[in-house]
Design a protein around this ligand. Structure first.
Ligand SMILES: [Zn+2]
Length: 166
């Protein structure tokens, strides 16, 4: 079941937020060398150009733009229009599906990004297995097995966060 935060849980929320921040910080430290190594290993001209220009690893593309991952764990979007600048993503939850597709190319980075946050709960659709009843990838949790009601980032500083909870 998705967790609903009630007013009486404010203290719990604060504690949970503190451990979430701690987890985010540790994750950022582990990501740093992996992202740097991945940037150095880029061979596609377009990837290299983006990486050099924005000091970030291009991790996904679609027709309108791409997703960039900095070595701090900061995720940003970049539109493919003249003069576009990266926009920092305050909450990566909408991009978890895309991030899970990194497994093949960057298994270690993908593994870190897929880790269940302390705020995560078992996905109610698949009971935490990541597979639906036909044994296929679970849609709601992108086969992660967990979901979270909290905004999620992989970066502990420099990212402005909007918090919907008390
Ligand atoms: Zn699921």
């Amino acid at each position: 079941m998705a967790r609903v935060i009630s007013g009486s849980e404010t203290t719990n929320f604060r504690q949970e937020q503190a451990s979430l921040d701690e987890q985010t910080k540790k994750r950022g430290e582990r990501l740093k060398p992996l992202v740097r190594k991945a940037i150095e290993g880029l061979s596609e001209n377009f990837d290299t150009e983006l990486a050099n220009r924005f000091d970030a690893l291009p991790i996904a593309y679609d027709y309108s733009g791409c997703l960039l991952l900095r070595d701090t764990g900061e995720v940003s979007t970049l539109g493919f229009v003249e003069g576009a600048r990266p926009r920092v993503v305050d909450d990566v939850r909408p991009y978890l599906g895309v991030l899970t597709n990194l497994q093949k190319r960057y298994p270690e980075i993908s593994q870190i990004l897929r880790e269940r946050p302390v705020s995560g709960v078992d996905c109610s659709e698949c009971n935490g297995t990541g597979k639906n009843r036909w044994n296929l990838k679970c849609g709601p949790c992108h086969s992660l097995g967990w979901t979270t009601n909290y905004p999620l980032t992989f970066c502990s500083s420099g990212t402005p966060r909007k918090r919907g909870a008390p």
